[in-house]
Design a binder for this molecule. Sequence first.
Ligand code: FE
Length: 202
Amino acid sequence: MTDNFAQLRHLVGVLTGLCDACADETAIRDEAGAALRRLVATDDWLPPEFAAADPTQYRQYLLYCDPRERFSVVSFVWGPGQKTPVHDHTVWGLIGMLRGAEISRGYRLNAGRLAADGEERLLPGAITAVSPTIGDIHQVENALLDRPSISIHAYGANIGAVARHLFALDNGEAKPFVSGYANAVIPNLWDRTAETRARLGL
Ligand code: FE
């Protein structure tokens, strides 16, 4: 039997080890980025309830949170044409594209105003990163108008509960923002019964 969550557990294990070792952001981007790349290399493991788009708003589903809230992993689901406001994260973030396509428009604050700072178009398998040290403000949009797009993100905190900011595009004004999560129940990554039974010939 296929273990759908093997790569997600691998990512969680890598992130736990990096946090235990107090690894710096560069090591996190390299090592966790490689594990995230493996995770989004196939699109056959995310259960439909964590891939469901909402007709009115993009959704963020929690897939895993470290017991000490040192990191979290989420699925981000955009309906056709949906986009986020301009926002920051305040912690490191890794983004791996799973399905569809998205556009990330970067910004930086310049004398209290937002200045454009590059644009990326992500396709399945692609990885990118955000953080206060490399650029933390962006707006993300589903590049597709006819179907949902999904990316898998890891962040250096329990991201749904972090005090963050939204920014007005016209004057750069910042407002407090806490993203929350769309789900009350998280997936069971730990049911390895089939693997053990197979090993025992049961
Ligand atoms: Fe973001």
